[in-house]
Write a protein that binds this ligand. Structure first.
Ligand code: ATP
Length: 207
């Protein structure tokens, strides 16, 4: 069993997440990728995150017809701040030592890994897969190695196609009344509209 894990806030899930997952699954021949939405993303304390039930509902809609991509509520069920080390440990316990685990992230997240809770424990339990992201400099593995010894042997840097989209952009566009139909799957867009999400997002460009 080769399993990928894509952790994130998914506020909302967007076409960038889906393209990353699809590319990684194909290139590394993974059996499945599990999207794991954070309950409380402790690195994003600067803004009010949408309640987890909305974020997971949008993920379920986005992944409904995509073979090999699923969603797990494990961080939401666990509650509290969502630490990846705890999540990977829980998955390891459920899957046993035979399964190969790959934690997938954009290179922006990889650069911030030294600030995460217990990165040394994370790289013991799984390998990391980092993909490029617009505006994110090339990963400096030497600097990362100095902060987290052993990491360079545990990271796969994948040259996946780059999609210039972020959830922040999407929230700002919705608040500004701009279209986002090219950035999120149609059922997710319908959900956002039905539930009137992101209409009050602070939009710095609007002054
Ligand atoms: P926000 O703008 O609210 O910070 P986000 O778009 O970065 O959100 P997250 O849910 O925080 O989305 O991201 C989950 C993971 O997916 C992170 O590892 C992030 O680096 C990665 N990711 C998100 N969008 C892209 C993208 N367009 N290309 C590559 N990786 C991405």
């Amino acid at each position: 069993m080769r399993l990928g894990v894509l952790g994130g806030t998914f506020d909302p899930v967007h076409n960038g997440h889906l393209a990353v997952a699809q590319a990684v699954r194909d290139r590394l021949q993974l059996d499945q990728i599990i999207f794991v939405p954070a309950c409380l993303p402790w690195l994003k304390k600067d803004r009010q995150v949408t309640p987890p039930e909305h974020r997971i509902a949008m993920l379920r809609l986005a992944l409904a017809e995509r073979a090999g991509l699923t969603v797990s509520p494990l961080e939401i069920v666990r509650g509290g701040p969502s630490y990846t080390a705890d999540t990977v440990e829980e998955l390891r316990r459920c899957l046993g030592t035979e399964a190969e685990l790959f934690f997938i992230m954009g290179c922006d997240s990889l650069a911030g890994l030294p600030r995460w809770q217990d990165p040394a424990r994370i790289i013991k339990m799984c390998r990391l897969v980092a993909v490029p992201r617009p505006g994110c400099p090339r990963t400096d593995l030497t600097a990362l190695e100095a902060a987290i010894p052993g990491i360079s042997g545990r990271v796969v840097l994948l040259d996946a196609p780059v999609i210039d989209v972020s959830a922040t952009d999407i929230r700002r566009r919705i608040a500004a009344g701009l279209p986002v139909d090219h950035l999120v799957p149609p059922p997710v867009l319908r959900y956002i509209r039905e539930h009137r999400l992101y209409l009050d997002e602070v939009n710095p460009s609007a002054g």
